[in-house]
Design a protein around this ligand. Structure first.
Ligand code: PEP
Ligand code: MG
Length: 322
């Protein structure tokens, strides 16, 4: 089965009705680029930079960060590389030296909230990212946004980093695209403020499901309730994808849902054209894309989105594959 899949490495992910889908990879360190190249992915949809900060006492300085980001961008000079600013906190906490005791970490100072609370640390990363941007098609992505002022503060900090680099005569891409993750229900329900300020969106279904269903993604006791096919989750995902299409805003999904072949046809039918996943899932997802007819899927998926019983949704999603 695996060798049959391996033969798809050089095949483009084109649907039966001729639409080419972008299959991108999620990575955690520059070392993951070997696997990305093996499967010939269309780019990096999510580089989780927080792994550079975790499990150590001394945080990486600008130079160390620059080298890591540059290595990834240079490994894919002619393809998009989306680097996410550090998503620290909750299940990805810093070592004890830096950590705080929080009553409710998933609802606390994590991701962009943490970054904005540590502006010096954030600025250092933004400088390193901007410096790496000259080596390819890099874009910056911000996790866990919910408020317009978080976007505005982040954009102001990026402008500050740019001004510093300009004054120091250090090169960077002036037009580096800045995008945001949609992973809080409030964000998916108030997309206008994201679309007006940002260049692209990426749906983080792992957190979007956690926050929509109020289920801790790391708690085994409630894992059976963690369901991507809950009608409320599907409405938020589909609404984000269609708003992106309406406003000409690129949208991807970079949560686990994008790498699970059970959901490929459903997401394609919602209009998704950019999937980002672990490198080991790329060929299996490509196999699903190759058998998909978007013209047939779209109306079927519209009917699924009107259903409000999980069992019926599940059955209808399984029928998409027949
Ligand atoms: C997500 O939440 O879906 C996501 C891609 O981010 P992470 O899993 O790193 O929180
Ligand atoms: Mg997330």
């Amino acid at each position: 089965e695996r060798s049959k899949l391996n033969r798809l490495r050089d095949t483009r992910a084109t649907t039966l009705d001729g639409e080419t889908i972008n299959l991108l990879c999620n990575i955690e360190t520059p070392k993951d680029m070997a696997a990305v190249k093996t499967v010939k992915a269309d780019g990096i949809g999510l580089y989780r930079t927080e792994f550079l900060f975790m499990g150590r006492d001394v945080l990486p300085d600008e130079e160390e960060q620059y080298e890591a980001y540059r290595a990834v961008v240079k490994a894919m000079p002619d393809k998009p590389v989306t680097i996410r600013t550090f998503d620290l906190g909750a299940d990805k906490a810093l070592d004890r030296a830096h950590a705080r005791v929080e009553p409710n970490p998933a609802l606390g100072l994590r991701a962009v909230r943490y970054s904005l609370a540590e502006p010096k640390m954030f600025l250092t990363q933004l400088r390193a990212l901007l410096r790496a941007s000259v080596h390819g098609q890099m874009q910056i992505m911000v996790p866990m946004l919910a408020h317009a002022q978080e976007i505005d503060q982040t954009l102001r900090l990026i402008d500050k980093a740019k001004a510093e680099l300009r004054a120091e005569k250090i090169k960077f891409n002036e037009a580096v695209p800045v995008g945001g993750m949609i992973e809080i229900p409030a964000a998916a329900l108030a997309l206008g403020m994201f679309i007006r300020r940002l260049s692209f969106l990426s749906i983080g279904t792992n957190d979007l499901i956690q926050y929509t269903l109020a289920i801790d993604r790391a708690d085994e006791a409630v894992v059976h309730l963690y369901d991507p096919l809950h009608p409320a989750v599907l409405k938020l995902v589909a609404g984000t994808i269609s708003a992106g299409a309406r406003f000409g805003m690129p949208v991807s999904v970079c949560g686990e849902m994008a790498g699970d072949p059970e959901y490929t046809l459903l997401l394609l039918g919602m209009g998704l054209r950019n999937f980002s996943m672990h490198p080991s899932n790329i060929l299996e997802i490509k196999q699903q894309v190759l058998r998909a007819d978007l013209g047939e899927l779209a109306p079927k998926v519209q009917r699924i989105l009107k259903m409000d019983e999980q069992a019926r949704v599940r059955e209808a999603v399984q029928r998409l594959a027949l």
